[in-house]
Ligand binder design. Structure first.
Ligand code: AKB
Length: 316
């Protein structure tokens, strides 16, 4: 059967590029983008777009019926830093939207679901280096608790009702087309914009805070690959660890200096430091590599070149 895809949260950082990629793969009309607000002009103009609140089950169901949707990518979420400021709102956005989609899949209204998890599922008691797929998970942020809970429910709906739900634990995703909103890893995007604009940057994370990161193209590739893989290859139905590179603000600044020699950085850690301190420094993603052939293409050097060139070209 031909794919009919609904992206919920299509105007966000990942949703925008994911929607465009899926339109390129399956045709513009096969991918319905939806979000609570309008977004990128190319996204709005290249195919169907609907204003939709991810927590409005009736409205989402009406879109699934109207467009005869068989696959949903639920990208709407409140990220770590913003969620700490509005815990209950974050909980209801992150959880209600997931339950609506899982229940629609249980009722066989849709066949396949993608739902992103995050490295935020881990916490201070998790091994920090090369964090295993299965390990202690005691997240201390609202966002992390919602993602960990979501993972448990995904696995439950798969085991109990046969729902084909697939998920990956995104690290910090770095891109230049759409700005991120309210994450702890956002410094790794701001730094490039400020380096080009001002030649300097004040980081809200300390210089030696190592976090797992990934260039957007790799994140999109992983998302497409896990959704294209035969169902039998997806053996983890909570969420897969996923990794490409890890770096600190200091090592990223050193990489930027190879392109902008005068670039300077200083550090003014804020409340996001406390969140970052509870997350892994690096991730063991061998299960994703073994089960569905995950491979990344971008390291810190390639990422830095792409970001600086991309921002310059995009600003013109
Ligand atoms: C955040 O910083 O909240 C996100 C994430 C790691 O999920 N980028």
């Amino acid at each position: 059967m031909a794919k009919k895809i609904l992206i919920i949260g299509a105007c966000g950082q990942i949703g925008t590029e994911l929607s465009l990629k899926l339109r390129e793969m399956h045709g513009n009309d096969a991918v319905v983008a939806s979000d609570i607000r309008e977004g990128d002009a190319e996204l709005m103009q290249s195919g169907p777009f609907e204003i939709a609140d991810a927590t409005d089950a009736k409205l989402i169901e009406s879109l699934i019926d109207k467009y005869e949707i068989n696959e949903v990518y639920l990208m709407a979420a409140m990220l770590s830093a913003t969620a700490e400021k509005a815990p209950m709102k974050a909980w209801s956005l992150n959880m209600d939207s997931l339950f609506h989609i899982l229940n629609m899949a249980k009722a066989k209204k849709i066949e396949k679901v993608f739902w992103p998890s995050s490295i935020a599922v881990f916490g201070p008691s998790t091994p920090k280096e090369n964090t295993p797929q299965s390990t202690i998970m005691e997240p201390t942020t609202v966002y992390g608790i919602s993602k960990q809970t979501g993972e448990r429910w995904c696995e439950y709906f798969h085991k109990k009702y046969g729902v084909d739900v697939r998920s990956i634990r995104y690290p910090g995703i770095i891109s230049y087309k759409t700005l991120p909103g309210g994450g702890t890893t956002d410094y790794a995007i701001e730094i490039f914009h400020e380096a080009l604009k001002k030649g300097s940057y004040t980081s809200f994370l300390d210089k030696d805070t190592a976090l797992p990161m990934m260039f957007m193209d790799d994140a999109i590739k992983a998302t497409v690959d896990i959704m294209e893989a035969p169902a039998g290859d997806i053996k983890v139905r909570s969420s897969y660890n996923l990794s490409a590179m890890s770096f600190t603000p200091e090592s990223l600044a050193a990489e930027i200096r190879k392109h902008i020699p005068d670039f300077s950085i200083d550090y003014a850690p804020d409340f996001r430091q406390e969140i970052a301190d509870t997350w892994p420094s690096s991730i063991d993603d061998s299960r994703a590599r073994e089960d569905w052939g995950w491979e990344h293409n971008f390291d810190i050097e390639k990422l830095t070149t792409e970001m600086l060139e991309g921002i310059k070209a995009h600003a013109v």
